[in-house]
Design a protein around this ligand. Structure first.
Ligand SMILES: *Cc1c(COP(=O)(O)O)cnc(C)c1O
Length: 391
């Protein structure tokens, strides 16, 4: 791919622009199939990865527009959209492993990724180990001759752990493994894993890339050869993004740079406010100097993002009451939308093993995860202040 002619902020708005249509915004190609009369052309189209004019499970012009924009801002040769983040993660893991292979992943990783590796891929003869993301030496020690993939997530969920991408990528490459980074929480505005050594970067585009909590989508970016290998699996697995969702995602991407500026600024302010609050025991945000990953984050990220977590002084129920008192911030899973959302990670586990699971993941029961939106910071601070104020 030719070097980007414009700044990434501008590419988000214009990089999809060689569309033949007359509109300033592209049309929605709401079609499952495309007419091809010539048999030679038909055979060529059927065999071409990501072809945007054959059959929508293989590709669609609306997919191609999103892929071009995200590949450009991530600095990759090619990209492939899917119907959800898990659609991209599953296609990537399945495409790049076979029976007898080993996957090394970090312990703090998206729960769906963990379950995919430990349950589904295990049934097909792929083994997996988990190591602490903060310890590059642990990755080096756990590499095996059959390690095909190293799966990372930085910042990770829900404690915003930071993986040293250049260090771990070098270790993986020395052992002949590919490095895949889930960069959902950072976004390409704040972090470009391909430039830091990763082979592939992927996103749940449901989160910041879409940005409005109105769609599910995923995307993976890397070299053309790797993305085509992933497509080989993906078009058989069938997690195809609908053309309308692709169009909505492109619309969301237009404002990614300005949204992330506000997410970064709001989250930094709220993290500092919470860190000084007497009812808050601990704040997890990479932009705070005491955060264990702060120094590495400051090196490999351009902004610290919109997600933070904090421990309320008290029990599970005390923290839950704080979420109930919030008037502006909704209690909901997911993150990355324009509106602020709060979630209590331990609430996702049933009562019987709440504290046990919580401990295992290093998550205490009174931990709250806040996806800081782009509202005016003062309104968010007032809402938090009122909710935290009294027991
Ligand atoms: C949400 C999320 C996913 C899964 O994405 P879906 O779009 O829900 O399938 C994967 N990784 C991270 C870090 C996420 O936050």
């Amino acid at each position: 791919m030719e070097p980007p002619p414009f700044d990434a902020d501008t590419d988000l708005i214009h990089a999809d622009r060689d569309d033949a249509s007359a509109g300033v915004t592209p049309p929605i190609y709401q079609t499952s199939t495309f007419p091809i009369d010539d048999p030679v052309e038909m055979a060529r189209a059927a065999a071409t990865p990501l072809h945007p004019g054959f059959y929508t499970r293989h590709g669609n012009p609306n997919h191609e527009q999103v892929e071009r924009v995200v590949a450009r801002i991530e600095g990759g040769e090619a990209a492939m959209v899917s119907a959800s983040g898990m659609g991209a993660i599953a296609a990537t893991a399945i495409a790049l492993t076979k029976a007898g292979d080993h996957v090394l992943a970090q312990t703090m990783i998206y729960a769906g990724t963990r379950a995919l590796l430990t349950t589904l891929l295990a049934r097909f003869g792929v083994t997996v180990n988990f190591v602490d993301q903060h310890d590059p030496a642990a990755f080096a020690a756990a590499m095996q001759p059959n390690t095909a993939l190293v799966m990372l997530e930085t910042p990770s969920n829900p404690l915003l752990g930071i993986t040293d991408l250049p260090a771990v990528s070098a270790i993986a490459h020395e052992a002949g493994a590919l490095v895949v980074v889930d960069s959902t929480i950072a976004t390409p505005v704040n972090q470009r894993p391909l430039a830091l050594g990763a082979d592939l970067v992927l996103h749940s585009a449901t989160k910041y890339l879409g940005g409005h909590s109105d769609l599910l989508a995923g995307i993976v970016v890397g070299s053309r050869a790797l993305v085509h290998r992933i497509w080989d699996a993906h078009h058989l697995l069938g997690a195809t993004l609908g053309p309308f969702e692709a169009w909505l995602l492109l619309r969301g991407l237009r404002t990614l740079a300005v949204r992330i500026e506000r997410h970064n600024a709001n989250a930094q302010r709220i993290a500092e406010y919470l860190a000084a609050h007497p009812r808050v025991q601990r704040v997890y945000y990479p932009g705070l100097p005491h955060h264990p990953g702060h120094a590495i984050a400051a090196k490999q990220m351009r902004g610290f993002g919109g997600l933070l977590s904090f421990e309320v002084d008290g029990t599970f129920d005390d923290a839950h009451r704080v979420t109930q008192r919030l008037r502006l911030v909704h209690s909901a899973v997911s993150l990355g939308g324009v509106e602020s959302l709060i979630a209590q990670p331990a609430a996702m586990w049933p009562d019987v093993n709440k504290s046990e699971r919580a401990r295992e993941m290093g998550v205490i029961p009174s931990l709250l995860r806040l996806s800081v939106g782009i509202e005016r910071a003062e309104d968010l601070l007032d809402d938090l202040d009122a909710a935290l104020g009294s027991r």
